[in-house]
Write a protein that binds this ligand. Structure first.
Ligand code: ADP
Ligand code: MG
Length: 687
């Protein structure tokens, strides 16, 4: 009979260093055995045959069946990487790219970055001429098309996690369909965890007339093959709550504790939405453990899982659980299908995830904690049945699941701002964007908004073609076009060194440590706070970090995230290289923050907001759409409430909050984008 062994020390082992890392955990033979046991192994010959004979193969298989880690290896073993060719496998998420690449390198017994490599934005661990299997984000593959439109170095491109329908995946599918016509030798594999095979296959089906014409040609069949890998998931018992829960973080924590108290050994996986609520849950579990002493939560190893974790933290999540311990992984929806964790028997599903939503009427895009779909809920539950029958605790009622939860999610393409998407397609020479062959058509209003913003940024001309040089330069910068424009303007304004630092900071999640000690963090921030706002505050932190000799103690003392700062330095170096290549003049403005603010305005004028006259609670209205917004408590301008500000992004909880805020002079807006403010001229007196 299974029993829970007590942890001698008591309390929660958080980031326990006693867990051995994956690489030392298994020997080579054992990995070979694991490979043979995976469900896809039985389909190895079939997969290779279909890929050989069909231009496109759609493969559907349960999460954990071995699609991502095995298929690229089978292809390599069959010779698809011979003669300097490369097998590509795309993932929507950066963390998945890293984790999967390192697993495959380990299985093949090679050093990551050689035969097996990966590329994500600002991090290239692939070696041209050596790398045979390359994992990359779908976004990076799109970028590669700017230098090599037909992606000639790849023999097979596996578009993985296609069911996620990320915006880059959808653009990629549309473009790959075009490339196929020019490169009959290219093979595509579209793989996913859920049954969307029919519509994917229909998308790649060439029309009857074309097929007739090509009937006599040699080469692969143009109609896609579909292969379904039989999984071997165990039964998962579903539990619902009786009444809706008020606070899903607390509900998740108490569910974890009662599982630990009452259920036999087996790891737990909790689905929350993002770094904030995950850190809160980790903290609560730790506190709970301390309060209860040995009784309740000893033997728990609590680990967070979200993008932006350091390498060591990632490794811990995948490490085997030591005997007598129970691992609890608290994750975003990255563990839904992208990553497989061994040993999970219990799943706790909050019913929510962070999703992007865009309103083309108000031109406001934000990240919202929103209900997941039934399809996602089933995937989440499935994670409990990998090694033996498991249990899934849904923190919502059965009635809600049946009657209110949407059946499918909406493709990201249909709920995003399309500015980045349009500039990329334009840069690839796709002129008729509305007529493009999309797997899911974007809303025409969103498309028109994107064209309008790009026109105002000076990236597109009257004929909706990229302008020279600004449009072409902006397309070269692998960041949001608004950030790209900010960088380009900084060249003329003489503050590119500062703006590049700001761009680097804006591309990572946060430079502050996440801590419960909010008061201490706020005090630390005050040491760097600038009256101009967050962007200038970032410059102060960066300067301080450099002056400290990039010291980790300095970071610790100031509540600055050391890993984040090292990342900023790395990204900054890459951005400087790109800047030099496209002709941005590298220059520092020393202490002249006026030009820095003007450069920010040149890129982000569309996010300008005005404090409501007579507002006592800090309510702003966006200049463009008259949306109610507030300064986020994490901003140094929180409670300062200057009259005119520009934000970088919005997050939505109880209200719409502006993140990363800087003060501006309203006269700069019409200067930066006369066309954009033609109809809603900001009040020049500034009320
Ligand atoms: P799929 O893509 O079909 O969801 P994967 O190829 O990702 O499946 O995973 C196959 C198996 O490989 C998993 O069941 C897991 O046992 C193992 N695996 C994958 N990634 C890792 C990792 N980073 N560490 C340890 N095992 C892993
Ligand atoms: Mg996979």
């Amino acid at each position: 009979k299974p029993r829970i062994l007590d942890d001698e020390e008591g309390g929660v082992l958080f980031l326990a260093s006693s867990i051995s890392s994956t690489s030392s955990g298994y020997g080579y033979a054992s990995i070979e055995k694991q490979r043979l046991r995976l469900p896809v192994y039985k389909y190895r010959t079939a997969i290779l045959y279909l890929v050989e004979t069909h231009a496109t193969t759609v493969i559907v298989g349960e999460t954990g069946s071995g699609k991502t880690t095995q298929i690229p290896q089978y292809l390599k073993e069959a010779g698809w990487a011979d003669g300097g060719r490369v097998i590509a496998c795309t993932q929507p998420r950066r963390l998945a790219v890293q984790a999967v690449a390192s697993r495959v390198a380990e299985e093949m017994g090679v050093k990551l970055g050689e035969e097996v490599g990966y590329t994500i934005r600002f991090e290239d661990l692939a070696n041209s001429g050596v790398t045979m299997i390359k994992f990359l984000t779908d976004g990076v593959l799109l970028r590669e098309m700017m230098d090599d439109p037909l992606l000639t170095k790849y023999s097979v491109i596996m578009v993985d996690e296609a069911h996620e329908r990320s915006i880059s995946t959808d653009i990629l599918l549309g473009l790959l369909k075009k490339i196929q016509r020019r490169r009959p030798e290219l093979r595509l594999i579209i793989s996913s965890a859920t049954i969307e095979a029919k519509s994917m296959s229909a998308f790649f089906q060439t029309s009857k007339r074309r097929r007739g014409l090509e009937a006599d040609e040699l080469g692969p069949r143009k109609d896609p093959a579909i292969l379904s890998v039989e999984g071997r998931g165990f039964n998962v018992q579903i539990h619902y709550v009786e009444e809706p829960v008020a606070d899903y973080v607390r509900a998740a924590v108490s569910t974890v504790l009662s599982i630990h108290d009452q259920e036999p050994p087996g790891d737990s996986l909790v689905f929350l939405t993002g770094q904030d609520d995950i850190d809160a849950a980790v903290q609560l579990l730790t506190e709970e453990a301390q309060a209860n002493g040995k009784k309740n939560s000893s033997g728990l190893i609590v680990l967070p899982l979200y993008s932006g974790l350091s390498r060591m933290e990632q490794d811990l999540v995948f490490s085997p659980t030591p005997r007598g311990k129970r691992k609890v992984v608290i994750s975003t929806n990255i563990a839904e299908t992208s990553l497989t964790l061994e040993g999970i028997v219990y799943v706790v599903d909050s019913g929510f995830s962070k999703q992007r939503f865009y309103n083309p009427i108000s031109d406001v895009e934000n990240l919202v904690v929103a209900p997941i779909s039934k399809a996602s809920a089933r995937q989440r539950a499935g994670r409990a049945g990998r090694i033996r029958p498991g249990k899934c605790y849904r923190l919502y009622t059965e009635e809600y699941f049946i009657n209110e939860m949407p059946a499918q999610g909406i493709p990201e393409m249909q709920r995003s701002n399309l500015v980045s998407c349009v500039i990329q397609l334009k840069a690839l020479g796709i002129d008729n964007i509305l007529g493009f062959d999309w797997p899911a058509s974007p809303a025409p209003e969103a498309m028109i908004r994107a064209l309008e913003v790009l026109y105002s940024l000076g990236v597109l001309d009257d004929d909706a073609k990229l302008t020279s040089p600004v449009g072409f330069q902006a397309a070269e910068i692998p960041l949001d076009p608004m950030i790209a424009k900010m960088m380009l303007s900084s060249s003329q304004l003489g503050c590119s060194e500062e703006i590049i630092t700001i761009a680097a900071v804006l591309s990572i999640q946060s430079i502050w440590v996440s801590t419960k000690a909010q008061k201490e963090l706020d005090e630390a921030k005050l040491r760097f706070a600038a009256v101009e706002g967050d962007h200038v505050t970032f410059l102060n932190v960066y300067q301080g970090f450099l002056r400290s000799g990039k010291s980790s103690q300095w970071c610790h003392k100031n509540f600055v995230n050391y890993h984040a700062m090292k990342k900023v330095i790395e990204i900054r170096e890459q951005l400087r290289r790109i800047a030099l290549r496209i002709g941005i003049v590298l220059k520092s403005c020393e202490r002249d923050m006026l030009v820095v603010r003007k450069a920010v305005t040149a890129g982000f004028f569309a996010n300008a907001c005005n404090l409501e006259a007579y507002s006592h609670n800090g309510m702003y209205k966006t200049v463009r759409g008259s949306q109610e917004v507030y300064i986020h408590p994490s901003s140094v301008l929180f409670r300062v409430n200057p009259k005119w500000v520009i934000y970088q992004s919005l997050v939505s909880t109880d209200r719409q909050y502006m993140r990363n805020v800087i003060t501006i002079d309203p006269s700069w807006l019409t200067e930066a984008a006369p066309h954009f403010f033609q109809h809603q001229r900001p009040d020049p007196i500034g009320r």
